[in-house]
Design a protein around this ligand. Structure first.
Ligand SMILES: *Cc1c(COP(=O)(O)O)cnc(C)c1O
Length: 372
């Protein structure tokens, strides 16, 4: 592969001297479940996010599930969310017997479109889950204003947005709860699985803490049904180290994005934009290839040249087989549906080299020349 879509080995090589002694120390300590390593990471994460509380859990999907349980979501409740994202948010809403209600997205940012939210609100609507997709903040001031007006709860899915800010404020701290994933390829990634819930509300944080250990309020006293969903101490150890580097990694991603933008100037590719006041942290660098560009042909050319790339996401969630019962038809959410046919994500990770970005840019320019 001339340029990989991502390469986790490059980052590990730069951190090996920090991580390996810390992991060995943890192994020797015997404190594998919660304990000091998880406490330390939770304290560091809360300070980074400028949030009062942080609760480490097993993965980002569980973070969403537990956050919804902390809000006491009930079967039959409706939750407004975006159809253009990874599956988790809609999945956990449905797992709890509630109903995901999909609202269309902004064409230029791929985020939930606040202008379309109010039309989807019914007496059963309980919550909104915006997702800061690809690391670009959703329009939180507008979403929070709608939530206040209709007394709705807000959980932000920040799985792709660790370190992204809007008007200087971290994603995850606008709503009542923010949820994060430490899947290895995320901007802050573990060497396995991990997740986190942040909140300024002490009661919601405490409830999340109980739910991650089976709904236990005191040792062997169970107040409600919960989960076994702790952040592993080994991952917390690694994450505390990585937390010290994440800002410089996000800066590197932003520099690569600026470089791509330069290289693609004057081409028909539509490059990502940034909302006023937003610090986009480019979890993905996602182009739109509007008609008459032929995405399949361009993708084949990139493959031929050994350029890693991916389609995030090829199918809007409202059209997934699992949600057929919800009754959405093709055409119901036209922006999301069109975007699934236009998007193409390029290699972007901190350790990507400038010459690799140039290779990708050149291959794209060549592919577009051949496709018109
Ligand atoms: C990765 C991701 C999740 C799920 O996180 P896991 O840790 O894999 O469970 C949820 N939402 C979004 C938007 C994601 O990108």
């Amino acid at each position: 592969m001339a340029v990989p879509l991502f390469d986790l080995t490059r980052q590990y090589a730069t951190l090996r001297a920090e991580i390996e002694p810390a992991v060995c120390e943890l192994l020797v300590s015997g404190n594998y479940v919660l304990g000091p390593a998880v406490d330390e990471f939770e304290t560091g994460a809360a300070a980074y996010l400028n949030s009062s509380h942080a609760v480490g859990v097993a993965n980002g999907t569980d973070a969403l599930l537990i956050a919804l349980r902390a809000l006491d979501l009930q079967p039959g409740d409706e939750v407004i969310t975006t159809p253009f994202t990874f599956y988790s948010a809609a999945e956990v809403v449905a797992l709890l017997g509630a109903r995901p209600v999909f609202v269309d997205i902004e064409e230029d940012t791929f985020n939930l479109d606040p202008a379309k939210i109010e039309a989807a609100i019914t007496p059963k609507t309980r919550a909104i889950i915006p997702v800061h997709i690809f690391g670009h903040p959703a329009d939180m001031p507008a979403i929070m204003e709608i939530a206040r007006r209709h007394e709705l709860r807000v959980i932000e899915d920040c799985a792709q947005s660790w370190g992204a800010t809007l008007n200087g404020q971290q994603t995850g701290t606008w709503g009542e709860l923010g949820t994060f994933s430490f899947f290895p390829t995320k901007n802050l990634g573990s060497c396995g699985e991990g997740g986190l819930i942040c909140s300024d509300d002490a009661r919601l944080a405490e409830k999340s803490r109980q739910l991650r250990v089976h709904g236990q309020s005191q040792r062997y006293i169970y107040d409600e049904l919960g989960y076994n969903s702790r952040l592993h101490a080994l991952q917390a150890t690694i994450l505390s180290i990585k937390l010290r580097h994440v800002d410089s990694w996000n800066d590197a991603r932003r520099a690569h994005a600026a470089h791509y933008k330069n290289l693609l100037q004057g081409t028909p590719y539509i490059v990502p934009t940034e909302r006023d006041g937003a610090r986009h942290i480019y979890h993905q660098y996602t182009l739109r290839l509007p008609a008459p560009l032929d995405r399949d042909r361009i993708s084949a050319k990139l493959t031929e040249r050994g350029i890693g790339h991916a389609i995030y996401y090829p199918r809007s969630l409202h059209l997934q087989p699992v949600f057929a019962d919800l009754g959405y038809k093709v055409g119901a959410l036209p922006v999301s549906e069109r975007v699934t046919e236009e998007v193409l994500s390029l290699p972007i990770f901190p350790e990507l080299r400038a010459d690799e970005v140039e290779l990708v840019g050149a291959a794209l320019c060549e592919a577009v020349a051949g496709s018109r």
